[in-house]
Design a protein around this ligand. Structure first.
Ligand code: TEU
Length: 566
């Protein structure tokens, strides 16, 4: 079995198109990343994860791949990629690639062949089906199932040439691969070995728990007010998932050391995740679960639900308990699909710095491997999107069109949710400095920079010892130097408190107390052994001048009144 070096590691996600642009075309690129490797090494992260940089029509910003073995010219070339990899390794870091193999681009040669005729050897590499029986092919409602696609519209696209439909769980330019076909699996395995042979250190696997579908493709339950049904019961954690991941492990990872594999798994349950990440089963090292980022999602997707802290603690506590003995958690607040955490669960106004530090502390001191998404270490915030025309994301645009045009929702309601939760919030350019385009590009950025880059930027943060950046740096260092952070047991405290997030970590004689205040008030933490805690060493705080001797008091309200205990 592989060693588990990644328990002590922190991963940093780069969204290349928004990270740093070296040639002034307004899109980030690999040379831009190379120019900032010292910044990343200075933060102390162990692994970089690159969102897709392969050739792509960019329908879904690279999650639609048309060639798995090259680099899109907009980002660079294989030669530049090799330089980047060398630069990462020279600094003692590792690099993992995004592996998007639930679907390809419709412009991938595999799909072009598949589409070319019903008798092509690659026809069966994708999910082709005839119209619903008794219906005229190509007419509304004739789709083979009633499923909706994630980005709006039906999950099936009609191909008039062959008179059949192909399945796409995301956009129509992202046809789903048919993993039932062993040739598909072998082709993916071969491609993965090719990247590992080139020197990459592992993969983040996009929607990997969607690759095994129930081949019967049953209809899903219809929802009143929605044009399409939810088909996910037929493709989340499907019947052959464990078999496919174990086979991939055997064919690709076995015999190679020091890799990191993390499966992105929307809708995965704790029980399934324990199996996916049980080292004895040889599937993946860890998974991204979604329960905690769906905490503020209600029954109506177009109504904002406020955060209930007790619910968030219930979810993350359940994941901590479920993977305590077998398996391993990944820990994240942010990625390129989620709004900025300080805006979502914290305070991006008066207490932005304290709040961003508090959120970082709570996350990084759970048991699991933390992921930092570019700009999170600066406390970057959501962006001020006004109209739908300010958004670029295919999900925002597609869902808006469906909700407003097809389902008759009030555009303002939809916009309110997109402003708060839309993926473009995470995708505004990285804020390097206070200059016109935040030091991201000398040209016109593909998505507008957040005007707050004048105050919130890396140059200012690195220079300020009290910045969010230095707090992240200290948390990462703490994981490297203090074994309780990676290996300690986790115990949730105060589960019914709506303002405080408190827990302990214990390893042998070392005990760590973490208290995060999610409110804007000074709050007293009523802890059983308060006197003992108050007398112990304060390791890290988000407040300028903590009172008493708290071990850790990430309190939102800076100020000397922070107290614990009765
Ligand atoms: O995302 C998977 C996924 O489930 C998304 O639909 C996500 O939950 C949603 O967009 C949140 O609003 C992965 C990638 O991370 C995402 O960027 C891709 O668009 C998607 O797969 C398709 O490849």
């Amino acid at each position: 079995m592989t060693d588990s070096w990644w328990k002590n590691a922190v991963v940093y996600q780069i969204y290349p198109r928004s990270f740093a642009d070296s040639d002034g075309d307004g899109m980030g690129d690999l040379r831009g990343i190379i120019a900032h490797l010292d910044y990343l090494a200075g933060l102390g992260v162990d692994v970089l994860w690159l969102s897709p940089v392969y050739p792509s029509p960019q329908d879904d910003n690279g999650y639609d791949i048309s060639d798995y073995r090259d680099i899109d010219p907009v980002f660079g070339s294989l030669a530049v990629f090799d330089d980047l990899l060398a630069g990462v390794h020279e600094r003692g870091m590792k690099l993992i690639m995004d592996l998007v193999v639930n679907h390809t681009s419709d412009e991938h040669p595999w799909f072009a062949a598949s589409r070319s005729s019903t008798t092509d050897p690659r026809r069966d590499w994708y999910w082709w089906r005839p119209a619903r029986s008794g219906m005229t092919p190509g007419t509304p409602g004739a789709e083979p199932t009633n499923w909706g696609a994630t980005f709006g519209g039906p999950a099936w696209e009609y191909d008039a040439e062959s008179g059949e439909y192909y399945l796409h769980l995301f956009s129509r330019k992202q046809p789903d691969l048919n993993w039932e076909n062993p040739d598909v699996r072998a082709a993916v395995h071969e491609m993965m070995r090719w990247w590992l042979d080139r020197g990459v250190d592992g993969f983040r696997m996009d929607v990997i728990n969607y690759i095994s579908k129930d081949p019967a493709l049953p209809d899903g339950p219809q929802r009143p007010g929605f044009s399409y049904a939810d088909g996910s019961a037929a493709y989340i954690d499907g019947p052959r998932m464990h078999e496919f991941l174990h086979e991939m492990h055997e064919k690709v990872f076995a015999g190679r050391d020091a890799l990191l594999t993390v499966g992105e798994m929307p809708g995965v349950t704790v029980d399934e995740a324990r199996l996916y990440t049980d080292p004895a089963r040889a599937e993946v090292d860890m998974v991204f679960q979604f329960d905690h980022v769906w905490v503020d999602r209600g029954p109506d997707p177009w109504r904002l639900e406020p955060l209930r802290l007790t619910k968030l603690k219930g979810i993350l506590g359940r994941w901590q308990a479920g993977l305590a003995d077998t398996g391993w958690n990944s820990l994240y607040w942010n990625n390129h699909d989620q709004p900025r955490v300080v805006s979502r669960f914290g305070d991006d106004g008066q207490f932005r710095v304290e709040s961003a530090k508090m959120l970082a502390t709570v996350l990084h001191l759970h048991r699991g491997t933390p992921y930092v998404y570019q700009g999170e270490e600066l406390g970057m915030t959501n962006a001020p999107f006004e109209s739908i025309h300010d958004f670029r994301d295919i999900e925002a645009l597609g869902q808006y069109a469906q909700a407003v045009t097809e389902e008759g929702r009030d555009p303002e309601d939809v916009l309110t949710v997109l402003r708060a939760r839309g993926r473009d919030n995470a995708r505004t350019p990285m804020q390097w400095d206070g200059s016109a385009q935040a030091g991201f590009t000398t040209g016109m950025p593909w998505l507008a920079v957040n005007p707050n880059h004048k105050e919130i930027n890396a140059m200012a943060a690195v220079a300020d010892p009290d910045s969010v950046y230095h707090h992240y740096r200290k948390l990462i260092e703490l994981r490297h130097t203090e074994p309780v952070v990676a290996h300690g047991d986790f115990r949730m405290l105060l589960p019914d408190d709506e303002r405080l997030y408190a827990f302990t970590r214990t390893l042998g004689d070392t005990r760590l107390l973490v208290i995060g205040n999610f409110s804007a008030d000074t709050v007293k933490a009523e802890l059983d052994d308060a006197a003992e805690w108050a007398a112990s060493e304060l390791v890290l705080t988000n407040t300028a001048a903590p009172s008493g001797d708290l071990m850790i008091g990430p309190d939102l309200t800076s100020g000397p009144d922070l107290t614990i205990g009765p």
